[in-house]
Design a protein around this ligand. Structure first.
Ligand code: PEP
Ligand code: MG
Length: 572
């Protein structure tokens, strides 16, 4: 038995065999026996993969010589030589004929031999070549494995999915009925993998150092998403402990679900709204089951992340489905927020040096008006089927907001010209998730119908901390005074302008934070559906007067840990 710890990312407990999704690691490359007559075809696959790698490396060399100078370009020049090294090619061909296994396995073994030999060399320049060899070998392996990459959609047995990292698109395409838990080496609580795991109610632990190599040989893996524990081959006692925790948390959930029909109101009768965040239309069905007051954030970009770009009609049907499923409760559709970790090469988004600071969200949409207006038309048409709001992500300036609003007008006019119905009035608001937006929320409030504070990004940009990097996860701190002050300022400016202010970042899902936010004057909370009952309970257990006193006390504290300690003493 071997216990690993990580960041608890999605609650729940599961036990299943591990499914490793770490293909670029040579030691995990699958072995497939081949017949002698298949060897030439395997050899041809190798040559094909080398060709693709050559195109990539040539582009890198050219880019490096323009942007980084000839020294850097020389590195890629040597990679090009290695790709076509006759000795390497000969070894591959010989090993294929001798071992009669798939060519990626042959290449992975040769890489290992080279690396072992060079790693022990006395000459440091030879040792330095290890990373070059790994680089080209992984590049070729990447192309070879493309064809054989096990499809997460085709997972047929119950598994614990173990990966170094997962893309949001992996989470969308995997067979969610069979993935019982997710374990990743990278990531933080607000990384999109964690958000999606909570949305799909799949237990997850992220930031588990060495998970892939430590779990590879396990027959069974137990995941405790409440405590952030991952156990390889749990013994009887550990399995029994898991069972106890599982039934305790099921009982807690049943107790919370009893709140479903009750309003999110304080003991002195102050009513707020507790809504749900969704990523895919199917989730809309669980929103009402958890007792949410509507959808506060529909992350529409996930419609685009499954490898297929939906046209206007498909989008219209998806939005209509969500709006109708809410049976009259409001739905806030956030326009496309791609970029950052949500890469979408199909739409022309490219690799960037700093994707989190780059061409994402509203910035992307304003320069791809065709894509943006297609989405806006689909939303406007669907909006006649129920109460709908439009929300723009990553607004940094009033000019961006004005331009986006003008495009909504254009999209509306285009619908009308085609005789398509659109609502006479539809609230349009913004996410406040960039410090510049929070600081100028008085200016932005004049042009917005509502605000929704996105703390996942607001904290990322305020604290200069990548929200998906487990090594600096301690800095993704909602209780840091800088974050709390920006949240307070945004709420005050929204209130002064008479518009509702909500929060759809993960901070809103924390019952302790909810009291502070209530005291600061927040009107709406939005979170993964499963978190709705616990926040409702927190709100129902306090009075507005008490919450205000808590907020005043918290704003006077100096550090996150002081705030956490103080709130610990206040919560029931
Ligand atoms: C946020 O940034 O807080 C947010 C809700 O948006 P996302 O997590 O999708 O970036
Ligand atoms: Mg965001």
């Amino acid at each position: 038995m071997n216990e690993l710890t990580g960041i608890p990312a999605s609650p729940g407990i599961a036990v299943a065999r591990p499914f490793l999704y770490v293909l670029e690691d040579p030691s995990t490359v699958p072995v497939r026996e081949i017949k002698a007559e298949e060897a030439p075809a395997e050899w041809a696959r190798f040559i094909g993969a080398v060709g693709k790698a050559r195109v990539e490396v040539t582009a890198l060399r050219d880019k490096a010589s323009i942007e980084a100078g000839e020294d850097q370009a020389a590195i890629f020049e040597s990679h090009l030589l290695m790709l076509d090294d006759p000795e390497l090619h000969e070894r591959i061909e010989r090993s294929l004929a001798k071992k009669l296994v798939n060519v990626e396995r042959v290449l992975a073994d040769i890489e290992r031999e080279f690396v072992d030999k060079l790693g022990q060399a006395d000459d440091p320049s030879l040792r330095d070549r290890v990373s070059d060899i790994q680089d080209i070998s992984r590049r070729i392996l990447g192309h070879l494995l493309e064809r054989e990459r096990p499809s997460l959609a085709e997972i047929a047995d119950d598994v614990v999915l173990v990966a170094r990292d997962l893309l949001p698109s992996d989470m969308i395409s995997m067979n969610r009925a069979r993935v019982k838990a997710v374990v990743t080496e990278s990531g933080g609580r607000t990384s999109h993998v964690a958000i999606l795991a909570r949305a799909f109610e799949i237990p997850a632990v992220v930031g588990v150092a060495g998970a892939a190599s430590k779990l590879r040989a396990a027959k069974l893996v137990a995941v405790d998403g409440d405590r952030g524990l991952v156990t390889a081959d749990p013994d009887e006692a550990a399995l029994a402990r898991n069972e106890v925790s599982r039934s305790a948390s099921a009982a807690r959930q049943r107790e919370l679900d009893a709140l479903r029909e009750l309003p999110a109101a304080t003991t002195d009768g102050f009513r707020v709204l507790v809504k749900a965040n969704i990523e895919v239309p199917e989730e809309a069905d669980t929103v009402l089951a958890h007792g949410a007051d509507g959808i506060g954030l529909f992350r529409s970009e996930f419609l685009f992340l499954g490898g297929h770009v939906p046209d206007e009609e498909e989008q219209f049907l998806a939005y209509k489905r969500v709006i109708e499923a809410m049976k009259g409760k409001p739905v806030t559709i956030r326009t496309l927020d791609i970029g950052g970790d949500k890469v979408l090469p199909e739409l022309g988004a490219q690799d960037e040096k700093n994707p989190l600071l780059g061409w994402r969200a509203i910035r992307f949409c304003l320069s791809r008006e065709d894509i943006f207006k297609t989405q806006l038309r689909a939303i406007l048409r669907a909006a006649v089927f129920g109460e709908t709001r439009i929300m723009f992500p990553m607004i940094a300036t009033a000019d961006e907001l004005e331009r986006a609003l003008a495009l909504v007008d254009e999209a509306r006019a285009e619908c009308r010209a085609k005789g398509q119905a659109t609502p006479a009035m539809l609230p349009i608001g913004i996410m406040v998730e960039i410090p510049a937006a929070a600081m100028t929320s008085d200016i932005l409030a004049a042009k917005s119908d509502f605000f929704s504070i996105g703390t996942n990004d607001l904290i990322q940009y305020t604290m200069a901390v990548d929200r998906g990097n487990e090594k600096v996860a301690y800095l993704h701190a909602p209780y840091h005074p800088a974050v709390l002050r920006l949240v307070k300022l945004t709420i005050e400016n929204g209130k002064a302008a008479g518009i509702p202010v909500g929060m759809c970042g993960e901070m809103a899902a924390d019952p302790a934070s909810a009291i502070v936010l209530l005291g600061l004057g927040l009107d709406e909370f939005s979170m993964s559906s499963a978190a709705v009952p616990a926040v409702k309970r927190a709100i129902r257990s306090t009075s507005l007067t008490e919450a205000r006193a808590v907020a005043v006390a918290v704003m006077a504290l100096s550090t996150s840990s002081e705030v956490a300690a103080y709130l610990n003493t206040r919560l029931p």
